[in-house]
Design a protein. Structure first.
Length: 369
């Protein structure tokens, strides 16, 4: 079987991570790289041994020998490139957000379905072995009925008034919820197997203006922090805090699922373990290993115990699931294990509901497909 030929568009932070992930996946081959900076393209092609480099993404999309497009461009470009890639008959694996509104995200999902093309979204945290272990235990009924979901996603990148970047000007209606809050939501929904149906959100902007490196003052209208209550489709309650002003927290995503028998906690900063909280015996830590995890989770365990699996391994698992769905056709039956454009729509609908809820100070329903 010939490998699927992939092109990566966008060579900032995330693009090279996609290249590494593709190279770890059987029957996937990076054959073209694209960025509007010619020096970045030249350096990356040399570094990764990729034969072709372009500065115009349209040239890549119109190449009939390329099967898959990885969209790693800035957020504002996602919609146009995703849309044009689908129209050119390419399978697409995109960074989030899928688009800049729920309406246009819905259009992209429908277009992928109409064209019968695989359309994946990079919510890689759900593909961590310990998160999959949480899901497997819940499906097997081991912890009993789920009672509530809680957690947080905390960073410190915007904790000071001088923490300003141009990204703060091009985020759309939301910044922190859109950038990291949707990762908590996707991870929780993937574990529970159901979407969020309602939200009550309280969004805060700690610094209405920020000072750039050159001393210029910049207005900021999007949130630094959000406190969010959620109800899942089944009625299960939940709540989480998301912030980019939490000093000391580098990339602290936590998901807690409290069940009748015992609780389960996963922390992204300790990604290779699942903590079980039991009433009788206290806390128990389960390290991810083929001998300790459920059988269906073993494919997600990429290293021996003690060799910590982390962020790059979750990305590799997500990319591998996407390519497997193309090769076995499972994407046609909406059974792709990684996040899809459908999840991208749900994420945008969640963001819009949070912004509306905070503005109107009430519970707001999340639009569904």
């Amino acid at each position: 079987m010939k490998p699927l030929r992939a092109a990566v568009i966008g060579l900032g932070f995330i693009g090279p991570q996609h290249i590494d992930a593709i190279r770890r996946v059987p029957l996937a081959l990076p054959v073209a790289l694209c960025d509007n900076n010619a020096d970045h393209v030249r350096t990356a092609c040399e570094q990764y041994g990729v034969p072709r480099g372009e500065t115009d993404w349209r040239e890549v999309l119109h190449d009939p020998t390329i099967d898959v497009i990885h969209n790693c461009t800035p957020n504002a470009l996602h919609d146009e490139i995703n849309r044009q890639a689908l129209l050119c008959g390419k399978h697409v694996y995109s960074e989030k957000p899928l688009s800049m509104s729920a309406q246009t995200a819905r259009e992209l999902w429908k277009l992928a379905c109409e064209r019968k093309l695989a359309a994946g979204l990079n919510h890689q945290y759900r593909m961590n072995a310990a998160v999959q272990e949480m899901r497997a235990r819940l499906l097997r009924g081991l912890p009993g009925r789920a009672l509530m979901a809680t957690g947080c996603y905390l960073q410190e990148s915007a904790s000071r008034e001088t923490d300003w970047s141009q990204r703060m000007e091009n985020t759309g209606i939301s910044r922190t919820v859109a950038d990291i809050g949707v990762h908590w939501v996707d991870t929780a929904c993937a574990v529970l197997g159901e979407p969020v149906s309602e939200v009550f959100a309280d969004l805060h902007t700690h610094y209405p203006t920020r000072t750039g490196p050159d001393g210029t003052r910049h207005p900021v209208i999007t949130e630094d922090t959000a406190f969010i209550l959620v109800r899942f489709k089944s009625g299960l309650p939940g709540q989480f805090t998301v912030s980019k002003a939490a000093n000391g927290h580098k990339n602290d995503l936590r998901l807690n699922l409290w069940c009748e028998g015992y609780g389960m906690e996963w922390r992204q900063e300790q990604p290779d373990r699942l903590v079980l909280g039991k009433k009788e015996t206290g806390y128990e830590t389960i390290y991810m290993n083929p001998r300790t995890c459920q059988e269906e989770v073993r494919p997600y365990v990429t290293t021996p115990m003690g060799h910590v699996m982390g962020w790059p391994d979750a990305l590799r698992n997500s990319v591998a699931a996407f390519y497997r769905s193309i090769l076995d056709g499972s994407y046609l039956t909406q059974s792709m294990l990684c996040a899809s454009f459908r999840d991208g729509f749900l994420g945008m609908a969640f963001i819009e509901a949070c912004v509306r809820s905070s503005h109107e100070r009430r519970w707001v329903e999340v639009e569904q497909l």
